[in-house]
Design a protein around this ligand. Structure first.
Ligand code: NAP
Length: 280
């Protein structure tokens, strides 16, 4: 089975648009981009397009590549204070001279629709999430939409980044999976991945996962987005692994669209929560 993230994205965005229209609320997303990395610009454009689609207002702030940490934080503080802004997204990666941690920590947790603020990550790991990072939350939604219940499964997560691997593991644990996290220092990796009923791959290595690393009938989620000779491909060798798995996400069209759908859902959630003072 191919887990079609594009199709599920369309379905979720359609439902979200109706909910937003019926609510009478106008959520607004502010994006902050530092510099002019073409991939980051493309991702931000896609997010603004999705906002339009679901009737979320959006404002895009582009700061010059030379901006220092303080300048980026000052911009974010302005957005924190702006009652018209429901959610703030800082497009990563930031230039090397800007402190990503300080910038992320400067976003009000109540507006942190990316879920990267330590307060949100802490809540996620405590099992009481508010905003979960969009990519792993989008994967949970995709599994839910295809009625794949991770409960009781052995889930193996490849990668331990703040954006994907770690929050993915926390979400799967909360969904009653037994979770193993692997990383670049893991020994005997194939022996571990072959044990996985559910394998989530987020390592940024093109077509790294081959059939000999996958248990027959496993669910395989490919988070990777790599460009090889101008062609987008995942971390999984899709053509060879697909007949080995019971379900698999394609790249493109799998996890990526779900990330955007979740960002929209988180932004509406932030807007709704902002109306209920004292709930945070
Ligand atoms: P990242 O920050 O570079 O982290 C990569 C992780 O993979 C690290 O934890 C690293 O281990 C681990 N790793 C590297 N080689 C490994 C190996 N051979 N076996 C096991 N683990 C290994 O990357 P990321 O931000 O998590 O992103 C991962 C991929 O997902 C990238 O291709 C990225 O573009 C893509 N992505 C896609 C979306 C989407 O919406 N589709 C969203 C986010 C990211 P160490 O910690 O030991 O270095």
């Amino acid at each position: 089975m191919i887990l079609d993230g594009k199709k599920i994205q369309e379905k979720r965005l359609e439902i979200l648009k109706e909910e937003i229209d019926e609510s009478g609320i106008t959520p607004r997303l502010a994006t902050v981009i530092v510099g002019s990395d073409p991939a980051s610009e493309l991702y931000v454009r896609m997010k603004h397009r999705a906002c339009e689609q679901v009737h979320i207002g959006s404002v895009g702030i582009t700061l010059p590549e030379s901006s220092g940490t303080g300048e980026v934080i000052r911009e974010i503080q302005g957005l924190n204070r702006d009652p018209e802004v429901s959610g703030i997204l800082v497009q990563l990666p930031l230039p090397a001279h800007v402190s990503t941690l300080q910038v992320i920590e400067s976003v009000l947790p109540e507006k942190d629709v990316d879920g990267f603020h330590p307060a949100n990550l802490g809540r996620l790991f405590a099992g009481t999430p508010v905003f979960s990072p969009c990519t792993p939350q989008g994967i949970m939604t995709l599994l839910y939409e295809y009625r794949i219940d991770p409960g009781g499964m052995h889930a193996v997560v490849m990668g331990r980044s703040i954006e994907v691997g770690r929050p993915m593991a926390a979400l799967l644990l909360s969904a009653d999976a037994t979770v193993t996290i692997t990383h670049s220092k893991t020994r005997n990796l194939p022996a571990i991945t072959r044990e996985a009923d559910l394998l989530v791959v987020a390592i940024g290595k093109p077509r790294y996962v081959v059939p000999s690393m996958v248990k027959e009938g496993a669910v395989v989620i490919d988070v990777g987005t790599n460009r090889v000779d101008g062609v987008l491909c995942g971390d999984v060798d899709f053509d060879r692994v697909k007949d080995h798995a019971s379900a698999i996400t394609p790249v493109p069209g799998g996890v990526g669209p779900m990330t955007i759908a979740t960002l929209m859902e988180n932004t509406f959630l932030a807007a709704k929560r902002s109306l209920c003072t004292g709930v945070w």
